[in-house]
Design a binder for this molecule. Structure first.
Ligand code: HSE
Length: 436
């Protein structure tokens, strides 16, 4: 059979890795796909830039449209990232009848509904395994491996840069900015690293996972998102004292009232496997009604780990080309006409436990005031630590773990606590999940 021809848009970390893996494993890949796969064309903004891959035999251009409009090419691999240009290019590729493989989570989270509708109309595939958790085949696991289950919840460390920063800060006492620069140099961080540290990248990925898990439209704008920039060294060590590790989690949970979708720093009991996922590694814990807990672990970013997912998608497209091209696995796992409009809960309706850290003046009755306010909002305290005065500071840190309560009650309680004359500064709150 004729080789399948592929055009790659973007020759950066992931584009270079994709070409390297396709070349190195060509024989093995052909045995799996049933046909040879040839990268014939590639585009890059600067053709003189030094590359991590060998581009010999590949026709290079600075204009992606040269590739998308080339009738010889069967599959377009979009690896330029970003949102608007990528969206235009992908829609033109689909209109031209080409199959698309992308690693672009922002593109799928923000424009996936439109892209999938166009792809369905044109009868082409759009595959995006590399968009979530790098090399971990979590989309395949959710969409195919767990398709017998009602998915009840998932919780994931889905941003490698953020996890790398938290791990290095905890283990080596390194400075936030210094670790972030290293993540950028290693090609883990987004072009705009605030996407990593403010949780936007994780929210893009959670949007995709939640749609596939629950059969709902992609709804990035409804995700409650909090980054890691306010996590201090003290919080990390107080959490450890209480038996917890702080991780930046993306959580999607089905409740009787709707679906919780949230990204925020979270205290997790240190004995949980996911609490021990360190560095740039990602992990996703999925709970299905039949299978129970399952955990998927691996490299969440980097050149070849991400290329592993991109190339697997290319192979899937090639396999589908040789079977029934009308009968694809649906983009969001559920048939397009069966996507459900289950409400996404407002952040106020989140139910979780909390870690609270506040500084109080060393005066009689302060604690009674704080606990009275919590009791008035039906918030029960699970554990409590009081420290002596800190260096150069007359105030005392108080650390509490609460039992599960409504976010709305906690917001009101924190407002009243911060209004007390005896409380210094703001209350630092981190959500707690036992994931048991
Ligand atoms: N910036 C992302 C991360 C890259 O650090 O996880 C992979 O999506």
């Amino acid at each position: 059979m004729k080789p399948v021809k592929v055009g790659v848009l973007g020759l950066g970390t992931v584009g270079g890795g994709t070409i390297n893996v396709l070349r190195r494993n060509a024989t093995e890949i052909s045995r799996r796909a049933g046909r040879d796969i040839l990268v014939t064309h590639a585009s890059a903004r600067d053709l003189d830039k030094k590359r991590i891959c060998n581009t010999e035999g590949i026709i290079l251009t600075t204009d992606p449209l040269d590739i998308i409009n080339n009738p010889e090419i069967d599959i377009i691999v979009e690896l330029i990232g970003g949102e608007s240009l990528a969206k235009d290019l992908v829609l033109i590729a689909i209109a031209n009848g080409k199959h698309v493989v992308t690693a672009n989570k922002a593109l799928i989270a923000l424009h996936g509904n439109e892209i999938f509708a166009q792809a369905k109309q044109k009868g082409v595939m759009v595959a995006f395994e590399a968009a979530v958790a790098g090399g971990i085949p979590i989309i395949k696991a959710l969409r195919e491996g767990l398709s017998a289950n009602c998915i009840e919840s998932l919780a994931g460390i889905i941003n490698g840069t953020g996890n790398f920063i938290l791990t290095e800060m905890r283990d080596k006492g390194r400075d936030f900015a210094d670790v972030l620069s290293e993540a950028q140099a290693l090609g883990y961080a987004e072009a705009d690293p605030t996407f990593d540290v403010e949780g936007i990248d994780a929210a893009h990925k959670l949007t995709i996972l939640a749609s596939i898990a629950f059969g709902i439209p992609l709804q990035f704008e409804k995700i409650f998102t909090e980054g890691i920039t306010n996590i201090s060294r003290e919080d990390v060590s107080y959490a450890e004292e209480l038996g917890y590790i702080i991780k930046h989690l993306g959580i999607a949970r089905k409740t009787a009232n709707g679906i919780e979708l949230r990204v925020h720093p979270t205290l997790i009991p240190h004995r949980r496997l996911i609490a021990n996922v360190d560095g740039v590694k990602n992990a996703v814990l999925v709970h299905g009604d039949a299978v129970g807990d399952t955990l998927y672990y691996g490299a969440g970013a980097g050149s070849e780990p991400t290329a592993s997912a991109v190339v697997a998608d290319i192979i899937d497209v090639v396999r589908a080309l040789t079977t029934d091209p009308e009968n694809h696995v649906p983009h969001l796992a559920f048939q397009a006409n069966a996507i459900a409009d289950i409400p996404i809960l407002n952040a106020d309706a989140i139910e979780t436990a909390y870690y609270l850290r506040l500084n109080v003046q060393d005066k009689t009755g302060v604690l009674a005031e704080v606990t009275r306010i919590l009791a008035e909002h039906s918030i029960s305290i699970e554990a409590f630590i009081q420290k002596g005065p800190q260096q150069n500071d007359s105030s005392l840190p108080i650390i509490m773990l609460t039992q599960i309560t409504l976010e709305k009650q906690m917001n009101a309680a924190i407002k009243s606590i911060e209004a007390l004359d005896t409380v210094v500064g703001t209350v630092n709150r981190i959500r707690v999940e036992n994931l048991g």
